[in-house]
Design a protein around this ligand. Structure first.
Ligand SMILES: Nc1nc2c(ncn2[C@@H]2O[C@H](COP(=O)(O)OP(=O)(O)OP(=O)(O)O)[C@@H](O)[C@H]2O)c(=O)[nH]1
Ligand SMILES: [Mg+2]
Length: 590
């Protein structure tokens, strides 16, 4: 199936043509039929000679109903441009063409109708010239009379050629179904209709409804009046939802694949059309079937920031249209450049932003987004429309490589500076480092730790000796060292250590600096004590008892017990079943 929207000036014969092609009535309302004028969107379909089914979204031509017209062409991939032979190019011909051009619609067909009333040559020539300079470019033209039926077979053939040229969208693409109608069916609940541009809908699927953000489940699905279990875009669809009150949804809402669209009320855009400086402060943004008021903040010559009255599900690269509702005039088309733009609070930020936007083209690009953001979470990137290909740096975080290297350098600097300011601490707490680097997640800090940094116990320090001890501690260590020089295994008593000013933290720092060896709480020796002990013990008759060792080392059980246990652990001695020990290795060859 393919979908085309009609376009053209009021009364030029759009609905009559759709009726003639499909045998269906596009004017759904009694009022429309009474007034002989389309007010709101109409829907009809037919099978073309090739078998391809073509659905029509018939739009109103009257100037008052341009917003309805835009809701119809917004999600449609192609246009059937209708011009009456007897009237020729008219104001809403021009406005509808401007709208199609602003939205970047690239496929279409010109139909010059009412050829029973006038020669189509002049109208055709002018219309083709106007259309040629729009996004539609060169199109085929067909002359018809819906009244006599002349030209209709040629039109059907031309529609077949058009349908064959239309791109076939990815069935696996995320769904964004813009709602153009909502109604209730007794016993079934709320039904939404729309033009499905891409992706696949299945009964039972869970989708996200814009506005409330509510998760909803598809209870029933129809296309072209037939119940189906699955339908892929492009298609006209009617979706029956479970548990959604009718008042909660309407035109301009959308049904979304969860997590794949950024609902945003702030977007940076590039404008094609009127110069940004000439835009009124408030415009209406039309995208899909939605229309919202937007406040314009010009940034560059053709770029601006739009603050929307309500959030819309947008992605990078989306096309939208700006209309000046006061002057009833299509002000231009916009391409969405950023759906999560940075705040512009600093002085000069707007000019900087304009420079950034000047380099963007609306194509989602992972490395560019990461370069501008430094860090981003994967779900955030996919909601922008970015396909994520790089490996995460931590969890679902992705980083710009240069930014990541810089963070790593900064972490080394911060850890070094912090160690100097807190010489007795075993390293920076991870949370402190996170705040120092202003990172959003501790997992990022942990992922940044690499040589020469090491982490453990929730702290980050430099590996190896931590360098200079504070002078006070160094002096105390020297005094302990002087005492131990003479009697290397007589560890100073706790009171003596306290006298020197060596508390828990100071001892910890001295041990990390490699200046002391800690055997147990408040039991410290010089770092070479184990080597010296082995030398003494190796000279004893083997095996030897704890008591013999204690005497040979000239110390007490307070030192001898943990020292021998340390030697056991290091494999320098072995404890035998009877509690005696033997020396396994000589000094130096451990
Ligand atoms: N003679 C003749 N009259 C036509 C032809 N096509 C449409 N008309 C008449 O033109 C008038 C307008 O036709 P519509 O189909 O309602 O026009 P429309 O473009 O849908 O109008 P809006 O939806 O209001 O913009 C009607 O009176 C039609 O009968 C045609 O090929 N020949
Ligand atoms: Mg009509």
């Amino acid at each position: 199936m393919q979908v085309v929207a009609t376009a053209g000036h009021v009364d030029h014969g759009k609905s009559t043509l759709v009726r003639a092609l499909t045998g269906m009535e596009p004017d759904r309302w009694a009022e429309e039929r009474r007034r002989g004028m389309t007010i709101d969107l109409g829907f009809a379909w037919t099978a073309l000679p090739s078998g391809t089914v073509l659905a029509f979204v018939d739009v109103p031509g009257h100037q008052r109903f341009v917003p309805n017209m835009l809701a119809g062409i917004g999600p449609a991939p192609a246009a059937l441009f209708v011009v009456a032979a007897d009237e020729g190019w008219m104001p809403q011909s021009a406005e509808h063409l401007a709208a199609l051009d602003a939205l970047g619609v690239r496929h279409g067909l010109l139909v010059v109708t009412r050829t029973d009333l006038a020669d189509p040559a002049a109208a055709t020539e002018l219309a083709l010239a106007e259309i040629a300079v729009s996004s539609l470019g060169e199109v085929e033209a067909v002359a018809v009379s819906a009244t006599t039926g002349a030209g209709l077979p040629e039109l059907r053939a031309a529609l077949d050629r058009l349908a064959a040229r239309l791109p076939v969208p990815e069935p696996s693409a995320p769904v964004r179904l813009w709602v153009d109608r909502a109604f209730t069916i007794r016993g079934s609940g709320t039904v939404l209709t729309g033009t499905l541009g891409a992706g696949t809908l299945r009964t039972g699927d869970e989708l996200e409804l814009t506005g409330s953000g509510q998760r909803v489940r598809i209870r029933g699905l129809q296309t072209l009046g037939t119940q189906v279990s699955e339908v892929a875009g492009v298609a006209r669809v009617a979706v029956n939802l479970r548990g959604v009150p009718r008042e909660q949804v309407g035109r301009g809402d959308a049904l979304l694949t969860p997590g794949r669209f950024q609902q945003t009320d702030l977007v940076d855009v590039r404008l094609a059309g009127d110069p940004v400086a000439e835009l009124p402060a408030e415009v209406t943004l039309h995208v899909g079937s939605a229309a919202v008021t937007a406040r314009v903040r010009p940034l560059g010559a053709d770029t601006a920031r739009l603050r929307l009255d309500r959030p819309l599900p947008l992605r990078i690269g989306d096309r939208a249209l700006l209309r000046d509702p006061g002057r009833r005039h299509v002000a231009g088309g916009v391409t969405v450049l950023d759906v999560v733009p940075p705040r512009l609070s600093r002085r000069g930020a707007a000019a900087e932003r304009a420079a950034v936007l000047a380099g963007l083209d609306g194509r989602p690009d992972e490395s560019g987004e990461l370069a501008r953001r430094g860090l981003a979470r994967r779900p955030e990137l996919s909601r922008m429309g970015v396909t994520v290909r790089t490996a995460p740096v931590a969890g679902d975080w992705h980083a710009d490589p240069a930014h990541w290297r810089q963070l790593r350098r900064r972490l080394v600097d911060e850890v070094t500076r912090w160690a100097q300011a807190h010489p007795l601490e075993p390293g920076v707490p991870v949370e402190t480092a996170r705040r120092l680097l202003d990172l959003p997640d501790r997992a990022l800090v942990e992922a940044l730790v690499a040589a020469p940094l090491v982490s453990g116990d929730g702290r980050i320090g430099r590996g190896g000796a931590t360098g200079a001890l504070p002078e006070q501690v160094a002096r105390a260590v020297r005094r302990v060292g002087a005492e131990l020089a003479e009697r290397p295994f007589v560890a100073p008593e706790a009171a003596r250590l306290a006298e020197f000013g060596l508390g828990h933290r100071e001892i910890g720092a001295a041990v990390r600096a490699g200046a002391l060896l800690k055997l147990a709480d408040n039991v410290v020796l010089l770092p070479d004590a184990p080597e010296r002990a082995i030398r003494v013990l190796a000279a004893l008759p083997q095996p030897f008892t704890l008591s013999t060792a204690r005497q040979a080392l000239g110390t007490t059980r307070r030192v001898a017990v943990p020292l021998l246990e340390l030697l056991d652990r290091r494999g320098a001695t072995r404890r035998l079943p009877d509690d005696a020990r033997i020396v396994l290795s000589g000094p130096g060859d451990r």
